[in-house]
Design a protein around this ligand. Structure first.
Ligand SMILES: Cc1ncc(COP(=O)(O)O)c(C=O)c1O
Length: 371
């Protein structure tokens, strides 16, 4: 309508829409298909353990102390206690989120309350940019490739109004891992007033000793936030739960912008049981590595290039535009993630599933790629 006063909706309309992996039910409905193989959202194909499922059922059936008719413990004290024991981090250095994505949003709210910019490498996980813009911040995208994050470019791109630097280690969708030197350089070089957010959603998939955990620098840099999720190796994506580690001041800031009761009781108790099961994590890590080795070998047979040495997914570059290949695979009951929205028009991201799922993927894609 002419004459309507300018509001901020035009700015909101500039925020990229997050496009999630297509749900199995939707593909079945749209294509009239039966069994679907979903390799689109980097979930753990093995699902949670029986102990976690039992704990969930107990929470749902309720007792004097718990049940879904009651509000959850707002700050997730008991889960934070379990995280504190497992990660050897003090309780007041832990914050919980409705998925780690919500903690990125909380950090953005705190950083951009009066505007400012975030420096984010190209091809990074999308929520860093979306959260920045929806909190009133501006994104400065730095150069990066599908196989490398340029830490020096991040440092150079910082402007006087920069309030946050977001990097994912390992990065989704590229599977690129930043070495310890790179993390240390950011920790030591970035201005003290900039919040460095290191998103470690896939850290548990790395072999112990082969990953540089940014939480080692918490004693060195106050403005540091390290993120983890229960959606990946812990197989609790549907429950939406993640955690952040930071110094007391940062965690207290996030508590101020956190919605009350942001994490639900079922998620809290499931995560509490899951984080104690060290063997489950080790076995999933091992199966993921086997799936990855097989994938890279298989990819050599076709005109395509596989990359990404970290996480539970692989990036696959082919000569076919990613959206076309995505649809062709959907019609063959396989859901993957086309990466054109991430500036990678010829790349697919394929989550590493169970052996039979990976076989189904190669059976579907082989005739399309041509041997
Ligand atoms: C790098 C990265 N960070 C965060 C997330 C979001 O995880 P959550 O389910 O905990 O919100 C993802 C999910 O794909 C991710 O790849």
């Amino acid at each position: 309508m002419a004459g309507v006063a300018a509001n901020n909706f035009e700015l909101v309309e500039k925020i990229p829409l997050y496009i999630p992996g297509k749900p199995i039910q939707e593909v079945k409905r749209e294509y009239g298909l039966g069994r679907i193989v979903k390799l689109a959202s980097n979930e753990n194909p093995y699902g949670p353990t029986p102990a976690v499922k039992e704990r969930i059922l107990k929470a749902v059936s309720g007792s004097d102390d718990e049940g879904i008719g009651l509000y959850p413990v707002s700050d997730g004290f008991y889960l934070r206690q379990a995280i504190s024991e497992r990660r050897k981090v003090a309780l007041n250095k832990i914050v919980l989120g409705n998925g780690s994505a919500e903690i990125i949003e909380m950090a953005a709210k705190a950083c951009f309350i009066a505007g400012g910019s975030a420096v984010i490498p190209r091809h990074s996980f999308a929520i860093g940019g979306i959260a920045t813009q929806s909190s009133g911040g501006r994104v400065i995208e730095t150069s990066a490739s599908a196989t490398e994050v340029d830490v020096e470019a991040v440092i150079k791109a910082v402007e006087p109004d920069t309030r946050m630097v977001y990097i994912a280690n390992a990065n989704n969708p590229t599977g690129v891992q930043i070495e310890r030197d790179g993390i240390a350089r950011l920790v030591k070089t970035l201005r003290d007033d900039i919040l460095l957010v290191v998103d470690q959603a896939y850290a548990e998939y790395a072999n112990p000793g082969e990953f540089s955990d940014a939480s080692e620098f918490l004693g060195e840099r106050e403005n540091l936030l390290v993120l983890h999720t229960f959606s990946k190796i812990y197989a609790l994506a549907a429950l939406r739960i993640g955690y952040g580690l930071g110094n007391e001041r940062i965690i207290t800031l996030l508590e101020r912008v956190r919605s009350p009761f942001n994490t639900n009781h079922v998620a809290q108790v499931a995560a509490e049981t899951a984080i104690r099961d060290v063997e489950f994590v080790a076995s999933c890590r091992e199966k993921n590595q086997q799936a990855k080795d097989i994938f890279f070998n298989e990819a050599k047979k076709y005109p395509c290039t596989a990359s990404g040495n970290a996480g539970n997914f692989v990036l696959l570059e082919t000569a076919i535009p990613a959206p076309d290949l995505f649809v062709q695979l959907l019609k063959k009951s396989v859901i993957i993630r086309p990466m054109h929205g991430y500036g990678l028009p010829q790349h697919l991201r394929v989550t590493l599933g169970r052996p039979e799922e990976m076989e189904a993927f190669w059976t579907a894609i082989a005739p399309i790629l041509g041997a």
